[in-house]
Write a protein that binds this ligand. Structure first.
Ligand code: A3P
Length: 335
């Protein structure tokens, strides 16, 4: 492996300098922390340097599975489902010692940007290289900020999106939950305006979706595009399609034994919420300590109706529809 692949310690400061230089910034984004704009996308400031280092140095393997989402699209759920599908040979979903009965989905499927952030003063290389295949790893990065090796290796990418209205509401609850003690939140109406202007983590969400949608149309064997709403409506069917896409379809015998249903049950909101690590545990990185419980709220489609007005909904729907026009897909849940 060539020097610098997967990144070495002294690279990180180069990216930090770039971030701190002249990139446009919002001091308080849509929550309580700063955002920076880079090549058309808004990043939580602390995640931009690790994302760029990942883009430039991560070496994907053909057997890797990369889960891509914007925050609050159901990442935690997707991580759990895909982990169960891919590792069911070693960990049967009914097994009382299944890793997801003791660990957060974020621990068994790490974010690549978190690995780069946490290993800024050492090197993420040994950790990444030491992971056995198939590695299941997650990103929030837009497609254009994925490492070139993801495409070149032909590894599978699963993208999950969600109605931006529900994602916005979910995000506001989450940001409020995780804000540092005493930090002020951008007022709700102002945050909604920013979201409509595209200022959201790894957003504009519509551009993030459009990039992955187009890629899934161009490379359907390697990029799968999912919607949270479809996952909710037919979780077992979605899990079967996921397994087929990932090259490990359920056998008839597995289907008869109810393996897909058992996976769905293990990853259900109620089951996940009851796991001690998800109820009382913490998700820590260099920047934040987050209660794992913050990743499990309602898990409903259409919760936006409780939190934003019809007028706001129409405005956001109109923007998303306009931005996605011509792309061949739509995810608008009409009010
Ligand atoms: P709500 O805030 O609308 O309830 P992410 O994992 O990308 O951070 O997304 C979090 C959203 O997914 C939250 O939405 C959360 O409740 C929901 N979620 C988490 N686990 C889920 C599960 N097992 N099934 C359905 N939704 C889930």
């Amino acid at each position: 492996m060539a020097a610098g692949e997967n990144g070495c310690a002294n690279d990180f400061s180069k990216y930090e300098e770039l971030v701190a230089s002249s990139l446009p910034a919002y001091q308080q984004g849509i929550g309580s922390s700063p955002y920076r704009k880079y090549e058309g996308f808004w990043y939580p400031e602390h995640l931009l340097a690790p994302t760029l280092m990942m883009r430039d140095t991560f070496v994907a393997r053909p057997a890797d599975v990369i889960l891509a989402t914007t925050p609050k699209s159901g990442t935690t759920w997707l991580k759990a489902l895909v982990y169960c599908v891919v590792h069911r040979g070693h960990h049967a979903p009914a097994d009382e010692r299944h890793p997801l009965r003791a660990s957060s989905p974020h621990d068994v499927v790490p974010f690549l940007h978190s690995i780069y952030e946490d290993h800024r003063s050492a090197s993420p290389g040994p950790l990444l290289e030491g992971m056995p295949s198939p590695r299941v790893l997650a990103v929030h990065a837009p497609l254009t900020a994925l490492p070139a090796s993801v495409r070149e290796s032909g590894c599978r990418v699963v993208y999950l999106c969600r109605d931006p209205k529900d994602a916005f509401v979910s995000l506001r609850h989450y940001l409020d939950e995780i804000k540092p003690k005493g930090a002020a939140m951008t007022p709700f109406a102002e945050a909604f305006d920013l979201f409509c202007d595209g200022v959201s983590p790894f957003g504009p969400v519509w551009d993030n979706m459009a990039e992955y949608w187009n890629e899934s149309v161009a490379r359907p064997e390697e990029v799968m595009f999912l919607r949270y709403e479809d996952l909710k409506e037919d979780t077992v069917g979605s899990v079967r399609r996921l397994a087929a896409f990932l090259g490990c379809p359920f056998t008839d015998e597995e289907a008869e034994r109810g393996v897909p249903v058992a996976i769905v049950e293990l990853c259900s909101m109620d089951k996940m919420r009851s796991v001690e690590a998800n109820r009382d545990g913490m998700h820590r990185d260099d920047y934040l300590s987050i209660k794992n419980s913050a990743f499990f709220r309602k898990g409903e489609v259409g919760d936006w109706k409780v939190h934003i007005t019809l007028e706001m909904a129409r405005r956001l729907d109109g923007i998303v529809e306009e931005k996605l026009r011509g792309s061949g897909f739509s995810l608008i849940d009409q009010p």
